[in-house]
Ligand binder design. Structure first.
Ligand SMILES: *[C@@H]1O[C@H](CO)[C@@H](O)[C@H](O)[C@H]1NC(C)=O
Ligand SMILES: *[C@@H]1O[C@H](CO)[C@@H](O)[C@H](O)[C@H]1NC(C)=O
Length: 370
C-alpha cells in the first residue's frame, strides 16, 4: 500500500516537475506583466466608407474578427483567401450580417506560392488604401519547404508579404492615405536571422529547429524568425515609402485560438494547456477575448492619427491604445528587440529579399538616401 502510494506520488511529482514548473513561471511572469499593464481600451469607431482594406488570412481568427468590425464600419474589403470555399462562406455571412457595407471581394491567393501572389496582384485591379499582412503559419519546428523552395514560415509570413507589398505599392500610392500593417508578434524578440542562410539555404536561420520550445513548438523557431523579419521589413520600408503611405508593425495580443493549437501537444500537454494555462492567462489579461484580441490591428489599420507617423510598433501589452494621456499616435507604442532595431540588418534583409524575389524596380530600384 505504502509503496503504491509513494509510487503514485513519485509519478505525480515527475509529471509536475516536468510540466508545471515552466507553466507556473510563465503564469507568474505573465501575471506580473498583466498587472503592470492597463487594459487595451475601447476602440474609436472610424467611418471607413470609401476605403478599401485588403486583409490576408481573413477566413478565421484575428483576420476574420478584424474584417467583421471593418464591415460594420462600412469598409470595402478585399479578402484574398487560400480556400475559396471558406471565402465564399465569409462572403455569404457578411452580405447577410452587414447589408449596409459593400460586399467583400473574395479572391484566391496562396501565400505559399509566389506565382499565386503574382496572379492575385494581376487579377485584382481595384484600389488599395490599407494593406494588412495578417496571415501566418506557426510551422512545426521541422524544416518544411514551399513549392518555391523557401522555408514555410519565411515565405508565408514574410517573403510573400514583401512581394505583395511591392506589387500593390502603385495602388497604395494612389490612395489619399495609404497604410501598410504588419501583424507581427512579441515572439519576434526570440528571432534570429542569418543573411548567409537566407541567401544560400532559403531559410532565415538554419539552426531554428534547436530553438523549438517544449510547450510552444515553433513559436521560438522559424515562426519567431519570420516575425522578426516583418518588423525589420516595416522599418526598412518606412524609409522608402512616399509621404502618403505609412507602415506599422504590431503585436496583436495572444489569442487563445488558432496558432498554438496547431502545435503538436501530447494529450497531457493539451489538457494542461486548455484547463490550466488558458484560464490563468485569460484571468490575468495576457490572452484576450475575441472582442479585445483584434483591437490592436483594427486600431492601427484605421485610426486617423496613425497616419501622422510611420515605422512604429504597437502592442496591447503597452499602455492603452487610446486615451493614454498623450497624442493618439503615441498610445500603445512598444519597444522592439535589439535585432529588430538594427538598421544594418533591416537594410540587408530588404536588399536580400529583393534579390531572392528577383525584383529590381519599384521598391527594389534603389537604396533610400540618408
Ligand atoms: C455605416 O453605414 C451605416 C448605414 O449608412 C451607418 O448608419 C453607420 O453609422 C456607418 N458606420 C460608421 C462607423 O460610419
Ligand atoms: C543567432 O545566430 C547566431 C549565429 O548565426 C548565434 O551566434 C546566436 O547565438 C544566435 N542567437 C540566438 C538567440 O539563437
Amino acid at each position: 500500500m505504502a509503496k503504491q502510494a509513494s509510487n503514485r506520488i513519485a509519478k505525480i511529482k515527475a509529471l509536475f516537475g516536468f510540466m508545471c514548473v515552466p507553466y507556473l513561471v510563465a503564469a507568474i511572469a505573465v501575471g506580473w506583466q498583466a498587472l503592470a499593464t492597463p487594459a487595451v481600451g475601447e476602440l474609436e469607431e472610424v467611418d471607413m466608407r470609401g476605403k478599401t482594406v485588403l486583409i490576408t488570412g481573413a477566413t478565421s481568427g484575428l483576420g476574420l474578427w478584424q474584417a467583421e468590425v471593418l464591415a460594420r464600419w462600412n469598409a470595402s474589403l478585399v479578402l484574398p483567401v487560400r480556400d475559396l470555399k471558406k471565402g465564399q462562406a465569409v462572403l455569404d455571412r457578411f452580405t447577410q450580417e452587414f447589408p449596409q457595407a459593400p460586399a467583400p471581394v473574395i479572391m484566391e491567393m496562396d501565400l505559399a506560392s509566389l506565382q499565386s501572389v503574382r496572379d492575385f496582384a494581376e487579377q485584382y485591379a481595384g484600389p488599395v488604401d490599407v494593406l494588412v499582412h495578417n496571415a501566418a503559419v506557426l510551422g512545426t519546428g521541422e524544416l518544411l519547404r514551399t513549392e518555391d523552395g523557401f522555408e514555410e514560415c519565411l515565405q508565408v509570413n514574410y517573403l510573400s508579404s514583401f512581394l505583395l507589398t511591392h506589387l500593390l505599392l502603385p495602388r497604395l500610392q494612389q490612395s489619399a492615405a495609404g497604410r501598410i500593417v504588419h501583424v507581427s508578434a512579441k515572439a519576434h524578440e526570440w528571432g534570429n536571422i542569418s543573411m548567409q542562410d537566407l541567401r544560400s539555404r532559403k531559410v532565415l536561420d538554419l539552426d531554428f529547429p534547436k530553438r523549438r520550445l517544449r510547450m510552444m513548438g515553433n513559436l521560438g523557431g522559424s515562426y519567431a524568425d519570420s516575425k522578426l523579419a516583418q518588423v525589420l521589413f516595416s522599418n526598412a520600408l518606412a524609409r522608402r515609402l512616399p509621404p502618403n503611405v505609412v507602415t506599422h508593425a504590431l503585436h496583436p495580443a495572444i489569442v487563445p485560438t488558432g496558432l498554438l493549437r496547431q502545435a503538436d501537444f501530447s494529450a497531457v500537454q493539451k489538457f494542461l494547456h486548455d484547463n490550466m494555462m488558458q484560464p490563468v492567462m485569460r484571468l490575468v489579461g495576457f490572452t484576450q477575448s475575441e472582442e479585445d484580441a483584434p483591437k490592436t490591428q483594427i486600431h492601427v489599420s484605421t485610426h486617423p492619427a496613425i497616419q501622422d507617423v510611420t515605422g512604429r510598433y504597437y502592442s496591447p501589452l503597452s499602455p492603452p491604445l487610446v486615451h493614454c494621456g498623450q497624442k493618439a499616435e503615441y498610445c500603445g507604442i512598444s519597444s522592439i528587440s535589439e535585432a529588430a532595431a538594427d538598421r544594418f540588418l533591416q537594410e540587408a534583409l530588404f536588399e536580400t529579399s529583393c534579390e531572392l524575389l528577383d525584383l529590381n524596380n519599384g521598391l527594389c530600384a534603389e537604396s533610400p538616401d540618408s
